[in-house]
Design a protein around this ligand. Structure first.
Ligand SMILES: *Cc1c(COP(=O)(O)O)cnc(C)c1O
Length: 418
């Protein structure tokens, strides 16, 4: 459910014509819907309202400050994976006591900064990391609150690059070694064990993997309780999928209905870490058709957005629906929609049946709010593109388009080359 719909012949972002935004702010352009973001956050918050919980939005899906601010104002927490994300979360007003910190490669400096900020907990991914956190906390004469990220060995049936909860993945601690790691953690002087965490992958469109993974984690939790661990937080990760093509993923309430009975009566706070399901369908990428080109038995629509602006098709072979911003009767063509980057992997769609468009027209790449801007780069020396938030009839620039000076700002020429 989102608020990008045609009204008559024009695609609208809430109550603003997309064409008007493209003309005002230029293309390529990311547009986010305030109403959609709000609705998606509320869907989680409502689904779990009867159980103590914190929704910790996964910043890596989209870390624009305005998006974070909107979520912070509604009581959202953060799931971070770097010092940069800690900085962004705090800056947006997300309270430290609602921040959880995941990632397999936390550096000493990042750990120190997170301890200084007094985040809720570190989601620890290895024994080495546990010892490092203990050491850093010791130096700071404090105790580090931690959960262990447990790999429940569940196949989330998603793309291999975004599946994380199986034995062969680099993430978390194997469920078979969980108990010994918990015992180790409780023996470390500067560690306070307070949670269990799992996250099995992304773009999961079925309920079963969530139920299976939680069931396994609860067996572990019971053992931990028996050994008198004081586990306060159960973090079930993120990973709920969205509709890109014709997927019919469950909504948060569907999942809550299955998960809550499993944890009912337990004296814990539930944490969830949704990313994509909050921002994915709340954003579109608007791009202009530059050229049409007939190749050998193939047609190309060449647009001004490249793989550096939206990497998902190139990286994951991901599908995004692409629609013309102006709706009219059109014949259909089969075409590759490609960007200006000098790489064969630079495409938004391949062999796609789309409405025939002309040079200068705008296309909307749907469901681009998650892992779009946050994964973008300056490859081919293309400045970062602009982002706009629409709220009803209001539209605001929430990230200015980059310029050429930005590209070289941090570079330096050695003296001997001057
Ligand atoms: C990426 C990630 C998330 C968010 O995943 P989505 O699929 O975007 O919901 C949550 N938790 C962890 C640990 C992650 O790595």
């Amino acid at each position: 459910m989102h608020f990008f719909n045609y009204k008559g012949a024009e695609l609208y972002a809430e109550e603003v014509p997309v064409r008007a935004l493209a003309e005002k702010y230029g293309t390529p352009l990311y547009i986010y819907s305030h109403k959609t973001l709000q609705r998606h956050f509320d869907a989680y918050d409502q689904a779990y309202r009867k159980f103590p919980h914190i929704v910790c939005y996964a910043l890596k899906a989209n870390s624009n400050g305005a998006v974070l601010r909107l979520l912070a104002k509604r009581g959202c927490g953060a799931d971070i994976v770097s010092g940069g994300e800690l900085f962004r979360a705090l800056k947006a007003g997300i309270p430290a006591e609602k921040i959880v910190y995941a990632g397999v490669g936390k550096t000493e400096e990042e750990i120190r900064n997170a301890l200084k900020a007094k985040i809720l907990m570190f989601n620890v991914e290895s024994e080495d990391e546990l010892r490092e956190i203990d050491k850093v906390a010791g130096k700071m004469k404090t105790k580090a609150p931690i959960a262990l990220r447990i790999n429940p060995d569940i196949n989330a049936s998603t793309h291999p690059y975004i599946s994380t909860g199986m034995r062969e993945h680099k993430f978390g601690i194997s469920i078979d070694e969980a108990l010994e790691n918990y015992r180790l953690a409780s023996g470390l002087k500067n560690i306070r064990v307070i949670g269990v965490q799992k996250h099995i992958g992304s773009q999961i469109t079925k309920i079963d993997p969530f139920v299976d993974a939680l069931t396994r984690i609860l067996i572990l939790l019971d053992r931990l309780n028996k050994e008198k661990f004081d586990i306060r937080y159960l973090d079930i990760g993120g990973g709920l999928g969205i509709t890109y093509a014709d997927e019919k993923p469950p909504v948060p309430a569907d999942i809550a209905r299955k998960l809550l009975p499993l944890i009912n009566g337990r004296d814990i706070t539930l944490i969830m870490e949704p990313g994509r399901s909050i921002v994915g369908n709340a954003g579109i990428l608007v791009t202009k058709v530059l050229y049409l080109k007939k190749g050998e038995g193939k047609e190309f629509v060449i647009v001004d957005a490249g793989m550096n602006d939206l990497m998902r098709p190139s990286l994951y072979d991901a599908y995004h629906k692409i629609v013309p911003v102006a709706r009219k009767k059109r014949s259909m063509i089969i075409s590759d929609i490609v960007g200006p980057i000098c790489e064969s992997g630079d495409f938004i769609a391949k062999g796609r049946e789309i409405a025939k468009v002309n040079r200068g027209e705008y296309l909307a790449v749907m469901s681009a709010g998650a892992y779009g801007m946050s994964m973008s780069s300056n490859y081919n020396s293309r400045p970062f593109i602009a982002e706009v938030m629409v709220n009803g009839k209001t539209h605001s620039l929430i990230r200015k388009r980059g310029n050429y000076e930005d590209l070289v700002r941090n570079e330096a020429i050695p003296g001997y080359l001057r």
